[in-house]
Design a protein. Structure first.
Length: 437
């Protein structure tokens, strides 16, 4: 077993900044695991590594919650962004890169006939739902329990942080401060349960604006046939199907989750990996839905407003063009999948070897070990897993210089074979520790 460097104690500067962050930034003093002692201030990121202010180095599988699929400070992204910065940051009007990026998104994304830019995944989702509502002239949105679709009022319901789920199809707000009537607009179905979903679509068909799903919900892959049947049901009901691909977009392949699973939605939202850590999101889809955003309609009233001061700004678009060029290089996705697969297997074997039941769900570029001996297929089965053990695992890895998201691992295209082997050793070492405790 390879040894890992012991973590350096927190330095005075980092300690002082963390105190200030805790006082000044109620929402933003976030850390990789749930424990306060693991909070840190990041000094910088390079490739697959991040460094904290006290000089600790971590192999990064948090990747900024996913977007850094190309790793940190990638030279090609830096070059593209620096060149763009020298020509000005924001014009409201499109630049060459805005159009080039739209062209490449239409080329690469099966559902994309037209493109609208936003700045965050949350506003991309809000835009997509607004388009669907305009098309259907209906308000209700059907989502799946445990899916996260960002911070828009209507979608901040029954997500993965829900503690007390309600009977289907009633939503549970994940925040206070949401207007009471928003609850009336949201219906919740169990993920991966096509019969219950079909019943809800049939029952509410006349009120539904859309059905929205993450094609891989968090790290819960769709059961074979689930997305296909969902596509068929929504198509027959003429209810737009939206894929929220903020995580899966360009992570599961150059054609995103819709290409990977072979199911084409009516609209999709892309974000995160698309722009290598620069604020950008995309709503793309069928022309007869997207057309409502055309500026010429403004005077007719038959118009969906989807604008933003920074939407399609040249800096984010230049970053995205550089990222997409990297994703188009030969073997990028096969290597990403191969390394992710080795990590998934390494994780499974490490816990099998110490007798701790674990199930690793997801796809190689984004996966998650659940501490449970029952099958994990939806929010409720996931909720019954051992979250305390999961947190301890995250903490044990952090102490060994491996950083990951709360539960899941995001793999990047710049993690090397050596990084993967090192990580598997650390996972095995952490598994021994957890088994001993
Ligand atoms: C599937 C999904 N949709 C939407 C969002 C919201 O994106 P953002 O945080 O960029 O607003 C997220 C963020 O994690 C996400 O995972």
């Amino acid at each position: 077993m390879k040894s890992h460097q012991p973590k350096k104690p927190r330095g005075d500067r980092e300690g002082a900044l963390l105190e200030e962050a805790a006082a000044l930034l109620p929402a933003s003093a976030r850390h990789a695991t749930a424990s306060a002692e693991s909070a840190m201030i990041i000094r910088e990121g390079r490739g697959p590594r991040v460094f904290d202010l006290s000089g600790n180095e971590y192999l990064d599988y948090l990747l900024g919650s996913g977007p850094m699929l190309v790793g940190h400070a990638h030279p090609m992204v830096l070059k593209s962004v620096t060149a763009a910065l020298e020509r000005g940051s924001s014009f409201l009007l499109p630049t060459e890169v805005t159009v080039e990026l739209a062209r490449e998104i239409v080329r690469s994304t099966p559902c994309a006939e037209r493109v609208v830019f936003g700045n965050t995944g949350s506003d991309g989702v809000i835009f997509a739902i607004r388009l669907a509502r305009a098309y259907r002239r209906r308000d209700k949105v059907l989502k799946f329990e445990g899916a996260y679709h960002g911070q828009g009022d209507a979608l901040l319901m029954s997500n993965q942080w829900t503690t007390a789920p309600a009977d289907f199809p009633h939503p549970v707000p994940n925040s206070i401060g949401l207007p009471e009537q928003v609850r009336e607009e949201v219906l919740v179905a169990p993920w991966n349960d096509i019969d219950r979903t079909a019943d809800l679509i049939a029952q509410y068909r006349d009120d539904l604006a859309c059905v929205i799903a993450e094609p891989m919900q968090r790290t819960l892959s769709p059961r074979p046939g689930f997305l296909e049947q969902l596509r068929e049901l929504t198509h027959r009901a003429d209810v737009p199907l939206i894929f929220d691909e903020v995580v899966t977009g360009y992570r599961l392949g150059y054609e995103s989750g819709q290409g990977y699973y072979g199911v084409t939605p009516d609209l999709c939202v892309l974000g995160k990996s698309l722009s290598a850590g620069h604020p950008l999101s995309v709503v793309a889809g069928r022309f007869d839905l997207m057309k409502f955003a055309e500026g010429a309609r403004r005077l007719t009233g038959d118009y969906v407003s989807l604008t933003g001061t920074y939407s399609g700004n040249p800096i984010s678009c230049a970053a995205a063009l550089a990222a997409l060029a990297l994703f188009r290089e030969p073997d990028v996705y096969p290597k990403l999948f191969e390394r992710g697969r080795r990590l998934m297997q390494g994780c499974q074997q490490a816990f099998d070897s110490v007798g701790i039941p674990v199930q690793v769900t997801g796809e190689p570029p984004a996966f998650e070990p659940w501490f449970a001996d029952h099958e994990i297929v939806d929010f409720r089965s996931a909720q019954k897993s051992n979250h305390a053990l999961s947190s301890r695992f995250g903490q044990a890895l952090l102490e060994r210089g491996i950083m990951k998201a709360h539960e899941k691992f995001f793999v990047s295209i710049v993690h090397t074979d050596e990084d993967i082997e090192h990580t598997i050793d650390a996972i095995q070492d952490a598994a021994y520790e957890l088994a001993r405790a």
